[in-house]
Design a protein around this ligand. Structure first.
Ligand code: IMP
Ligand code: MG
Length: 335
């Protein structure tokens, strides 16, 4: 069994959907598995010149690959069926390709109602927190207990260890390192582990992991109630030029420069072997390149200088974990 993992290194919205899409296109995966989160995620995918926003269903479905909502996820049946409908309407065949781990937990109407009242964290109001709370409180509902989900259920042990022990899995993370329940800025976090290690909690042994694709952005964005964006018109400009609106809630994302120490921490903890830094074109359009290093802002005269500094900073030669590939990419660009 081989597993590659896609993980967001900042606060979500770094372009995981695009990386998933690019890796799936290469075509040698047998399964694509979402490993955490619920429909709080919003993955924007451009496929055959059409824009799709998926919340639950992994991007493998665009390529006819088995797409599983893993046991680490929580799933909202209503949203799940809506998404299947939207994909079918968009000309994507979903029949026989979409599965839910039978031990994934369910987001109920009560969870949605409760989360709808949140004002402290600025959640996506998709019932994520209450669903995970009930799971850990042992009061939750597993997918296998919901009759309408029955045709989609899968036993991940049987599927990945007994039926397809040579499976080639692509794990798709949701949210990001900065929103991880343990490693993020608690309580301004989501309610699941977003880091690469969480992929293995879906019944896949750590020895199977081959590559970890870390996805970051040339600047940071965050959605939620905490104050994140510093004062200065430049950040509003980045927000506008980068079209930084939440894919799930339509909220404006707060913007800041990339914190390189934070990015390095994320690279180390997630064991990143392949790194993608997206939306370089946004900084080019505004002709400003800056980042935060050791708490101080550093300015650069050109994109080349900006890239060089990042490269030298994150590629130390004395670590066990090495980044084999680094892509700088533009919005809507292919990698
Ligand atoms: P929840 O996951 O809906 O409980 O929201 C908790 C925090 O995570 C809030 O600040 C949300 O805006 C943020 N969040 C959750 N999912 C995403 C996502 O997919 N992208 C960006 N932020 C997210
Ligand atoms: Mg997103």
């Amino acid at each position: 069994m081989i597993a590659d993992i896609i993980v967001d290194l900042q606060y979500g919205d770094c372009g995981k959907g695009k990386v998933t899409h690019a890796l799936c296109r290469r075509g040698d995966y047998t399964h694509v598995i979402r490993y955490n989160g619920g429909c709080n995620a919003g993955h924007t995918i451009y496929h055959n010149k059409r824009k799709f926003v998926t919340h639950h269903i992994p991007a493998g479905v665009f390529f006819g690959l088995k797409s599983i909502i893993g046991s680490g996820c929580v799933v909202c049946p209503e949203q799940f069926f809506k998404e299947i409908e939207e994909l079918e309407e968009g000309g994507i065949n979903t029949k026989g390709l979409i599965f839910i781990a039978e031990n994934a937990h369910v987001i109920t109407k009560e969870h949605l109602e409760e989360d709808g009242e949140d004002t402290t964290i600025g959640t996506t109001k998709r019932g994520n927190g209450p669903a995970y709370r009930d799971k850990y409180d042992r009061k939750g509902l597993r997918a296998k207990e919901v009759p309408e989900l029955r045709p989609y259920l899968i036993d991940m042990y049987e599927e990945l260890h007994l039926k397809h022990p040579k499976a080639k899995i692509l794990f798709e993370g949701a949210q990001g390192f900065g929103l991880d329940i343990d490693w993020g800025d608690y309580p301004y976090v989501t309610s699941s582990n977003c880091i690469s290690a969480a992929a293995c909690m879906n019944g896949v042994p750590p020895q199977a992991v081959r590559h970890v694709w870390g996805v970051a952005k040339a600047y940071e964005t965050y959605v939620g109630t905490k104050q994140f964006q510093p004062t200065g018109d430049i950040f509003n400009k980045i927000q506008e030029v980068g079209e930084e609106f939440g894919a799930t809630t339509g909220r404006k994302r707060q913007v800041n420069w990339m914190d390189l120490n934070f990015l390095k921490k994320a690279i180390h903890i997630n064991g990143v072997t392949h790194l993608v830094i997206n939306k370089m074109d946004v900084l080019k359009k505004i002709e400003k390149w800056a980042l935060i290093k050791n708490g101080y802002k550093m300015n650069f005269d050109s994109e080349d200088d900006f890239r060089d500094f990042i490269l030298r900073d994150i590629m130390p030669d004395n670590r066990d974990i090495r980044i084999h590939q680094l892509h700088f990419s533009s919005h809507k660009d292919k990698i």
